[in-house]
Design a binder for this molecule. Structure first.
Ligand SMILES: *Cc1c(COP(=O)(O)O)cnc(C)c1O
Length: 405
């Protein structure tokens, strides 16, 4: 039986890398896919739909308000635009021109990464703080709260924080200095689920806005995300995202987001209009979020572990790899690590990554550790039968290299 990709002539791949965008995220759970399909069959007022989304996201995260975005990166652009423009429609219309606005986003230098392009795209200028001796090998320290305090000034619109287990200073320390200066903190928490409690954690630590990917562990649409936090900031983000081609008299702001907020007018299409999110993304994200909150992540990880063990069991001992299965800390998903000793087959870890990717079917794995001779695989995006194919392909690549080498 052919699937839609076969009919399009696009080969499907085996995704042992994980929910990365490049390899199309995860297969969608059936109940989420069914809701997405159902959503396509009706029309709604998009502002009302986002209003209901706000209530559901608030319930799941503890935030005052929330909205569904076109992804965590879109959420960073919208969140920055909210910090820059507030509820002023004239400022919204002007972005990314920030004339007359506070337009600096303070960021710890060691947290810089190319997703912060979204922060810059809104019109903000990044002001970097600290020198990370702990990464350069010169020492033990990274940026400290007093350095962030020192960098905040009259032009500061927000502090931008990238949440990773290794991030320093702690978010709690950063929100404390930011709030002492009256400045909001925008958090990139795109890939910090699981554990499930991280849906709430960053807000509890004082974040004003948190951006989360919907296409990673939540298993919602690949192009979806959540932006949640302070209600006035979510309202600003929503105003700059929704299509606003209507008269002010027609505008019926959803009270979950806009109650008590006074607007003097509506922006026209805001800077976030290019991060449009469709009704089917919104509905599927909300259903996916509900499933994620209910799901026992320990059980999910056990299923993944079972598939990784299946890969391990299928590997030929003759290929000379040491295989290790690492259970994730804090509810993170388990990972299979293949240590590729070039003997007896003459293949490096990177050669294996390339050969798997270029083979048929293409198998995509995590190349992050190839410099250390290791290939990593994860099972969340694998389908029934994939584990056996992966083991066979690894055996073929390394076994053939040996027999022809
Ligand atoms: C994945 C990721 C993003 C982007 O998330 P999308 O939902 O794909 O837009 C942003 N920041 C970090 C740190 C990420 O890992």
């Amino acid at each position: 039986m052919s699937n839609v990709y076969e009919r399009l002539g696009v080969p499907t791949i085996i995704n042992a890398k994980g929910t990365s965008t490049r390899v199309s995220g995860a297969p969608m759970p059936p109940e989420v896919a069914a809701a997405m399909h159902e959503a396509t069959q009706h029309c709604v007022d998009m502002a009302q739909l986002q209003g209901r989304a706000s209530e559901i996201i608030a319930e799941a995260t503890g935030a005052e308000a929330g909205m569904v975005t076109a992804g965590a990166s879109a959420g960073l652009l919208l969140g920055t635009a909210a910090c820059l423009a507030g509820l002023d429609p004239a400022r919204m219309n002007r972005l990314p021109d920030t004339t007359g606005m506070r337009d600096e986003a303070v960021v710890v230098r060691s947290q810089r990464n190319f997703y912060d392009h979204a922060v810059r795209a809104a019109g903000a200028r990044l002001v970097e703080v600290g020198l990370a001796d702990r990464f350069s090998g010169a020492g033990v320290r990274d940026a400290e709260p007093w350095e962030i305090d020192d960098a905040i000034g009259e032009r500061t619109a927000c502090v931008f924080y990238v949440a990773q287990p290794s991030s320093r200073p702690s978010l709690a320390a950063v929100t404390e200095v930011a709030h002492a200066n009256g400045v909001p903190v925008l958090v990139d928490a795109a890939s910090q689920l699981p554990p499930t409690r991280n849906l709430r954690r960053f807000l509890e630590e004082g974040a004003d806005l948190v951006s989360i990917s919907g296409g990673k562990a939540i298993l919602g649409p690949q192009g979806s995300g959540i932006l949640c936090g302070r209600r006035d900031l979510v309202a600003s983000a929503l105003l700059q995202n929704l299509d606003q081609d209507l008269f002010f008299e027609q505008w019926r702001p959803p009270s979950a987001v806009f109650a008590g907020l006074n607007l003097r007018g509506l922006p026209q299409h805001g800077i976030g209009r290019s991060c449009k999110v469709g009704k089917e993304q919104i509905v599927a994200l909300l259903v996916g979020l509900g499933c994620f909150v209910e799901e026992d992540i320990g059980e999910r990880n056990q299923r993944c572990l079972g598939r990784l063990k299946e890969i391990e069991a299928g590997l030929d001992p003759e290929i000379g790899c040491v295989v290790r299965i690492e259970e994730g800390a804090n509810g993170q998903e388990p990972c299979l690590v293949l240590e590729v000793a070039p003997e007896p087959h003459g293949h490096s870890a990177f050669d294996l990554v390339i050969a798997l990717q270029d083979g048929s079917p293409a198998v995509h794995v995590d190349p992050s550790f190839v410099d250390d001779g290791r290939v990593a695989m994860r099972a969340l995006c694998l389908k029934e039968g994939d584990a056996r194919v992966i083991a066979r392909r690894v055996n073929e690549v390394l076994g053939r290299a040996r027999s022809t080498g």
